[in-house]
Design a protein around this ligand. Structure first.
Ligand SMILES: O=C(O)CCC(=O)C(=O)O
Ligand SMILES: [Fe+2]
Length: 350
């Protein structure tokens, strides 16, 4: 990517100041009580659940250490991703996403109608993944998203598969801890993912940017799924909005950055919120990141859980069909439009 074209330029209020607020840090959570071979004492799990609960309430963002995902899988992803993005745009476009299949390469994503300074390669965790053919409410036709296989590096597909299997296990463990922290059964969320989950794994590449004060790698947004498990290289750039300030996330080597998505916000009936975040780019260093987005099965009707609503705390959302929401997002994120994208706010009961 060369000079900053108008499509990338953020409105004044969204332009990053590039001075980093170091005052606060997101919580760091040690997952050893649930990842160690030996069975942990109930009290240490209870403590962990409390920590997760306060991190979800206070930030919706935290880092995890001793998470059980082998370091070499992650190193392999980093190497393969650098090899893939180092190719010419023509080569990368050979595995471009298209109208029929949303998986593959692209560099045209817009967040809130401004183009992001990034390139992306998307894969589904379960290949093929069942999704609605169109976002239209009364169209019941389904289709499959499938993974594309770049020729270079030749092992990219298998490297992603191994990494995703382990990250997915971590995300299920985290969902159990989140369920417990809400006073639910540990396996409460399992039914939404066991069959036909639509989870997605993304390779993000943020090239150096000549004007990092005008553009963003990813504009301010909230993740739409249940949970995001993010790995990244050593270049910082991710920021979370906390009490009105953008807080830069400091890196801990080999940790994962976890954030809640909109679906957990709806399931919890706003007990937990999906945090707003963005990615600032850099004029000297390129950056790579690897989010795994945990998404439920397409037929899931997303609504506040029965156990978490009552007369004093009635449901704050109308139900929505996850598959339709997902496909709507994917069909509208790639060009500048006059209207805002679909949001959970559209389902909020006023
Ligand atoms: O690159 C990052 O650090 C985060 C990217 C992100 O927020 C996203 O892809 O949704
Ligand atoms: Fe995000």
């Amino acid at each position: 990517m060369g000079e900053v074209e108008p499509a990338f330029i953020q409105e004044l209020q969204h332009r990053p100041k590039l001075c980093v607020i170091e005052a606060e840090e997101i919580p760091v959570i040690d997952l050893s009580p649930v990842t160690k071979e030996a069975v942990s004492e109930a009290s240490s799990i209870e403590r962990l659940v409390k920590e997760i609960g306060s991190a979800c309430k206070e930030w919706g963002f935290f880092q995890v250490i001793n998470h059980g995902v082998p370091l070499n899988l992650r190193e392999n992803i980093e190497k393969a991703s650098r090899m893939f993005f180092s190719q010419s745009v023509e080569e990368k476009r050979k595995v471009s996403r298209d109208e029929r299949n949303a998986m593959g390469y692209y560099d045209t994503e817009h967040t809130k109608n401004v183009r992001d300074w990034k390139e992306v390669f998307d894969s589904v965790a379960k290949d093929p993944t069942l999704v609605p053919l169109t976002p239209h409410e009364h169209d019941d036709r389904l289709t499959y998203w499938t993974n594309s296989s770049p020729q270079y590096p030749p092992h990219l597909r298998s490297t992603i598969k191994k990494y995703v299997e382990e990250t997915e296990k971590l995300s299920f463990k985290l969902m159990e801890l989140i369920a417990l922290s809400l006073g639910l059964e540990a396996k409460r969320f399992e039914e939404f993912f066991v069959k036909d989950q639509t989870s997605l794994f993304r390779l993000n590449y943020y090239p150096t940017c000549p004007s990092p004060h005008l553009a963003l790698g990813v504009g301010p947004h909230k993740d739409v799924g249940a949970l995001t498990v993010l790995a990244q290289d050593e270049v910082e750039g991710l920021e979370v909005k906390h009490n009105g300030d953008w807080i830069r996330i400091k890196l801990i080597p080999n940790s994962f950055i976890i954030n809640l998505g909109d679906i957990v916000q709806v399931w919890s009936n706003d007990a937990y919120e999906s945090p707003e975040h963005r990615v600032v780019v850099n004029s000297e260093k390129e950056r790579f990141s690897y989010p795994f987005f945990l998404f439920p099965a397409q037929e899931t009707e997303v609504k506040p859980l029965e156990e978490l609503i009552n007369d004093q705390n009635p449901s704050k959302y109308r139900p929505y069909k996850w598959g339709k929401f997902l496909v709507h997002r994917f069909s509208t994120n790639f060009k500048k439009r006059e209207v805002d994208n679909i949001q959970i706010l559209h389902y909020k009961i006023k």
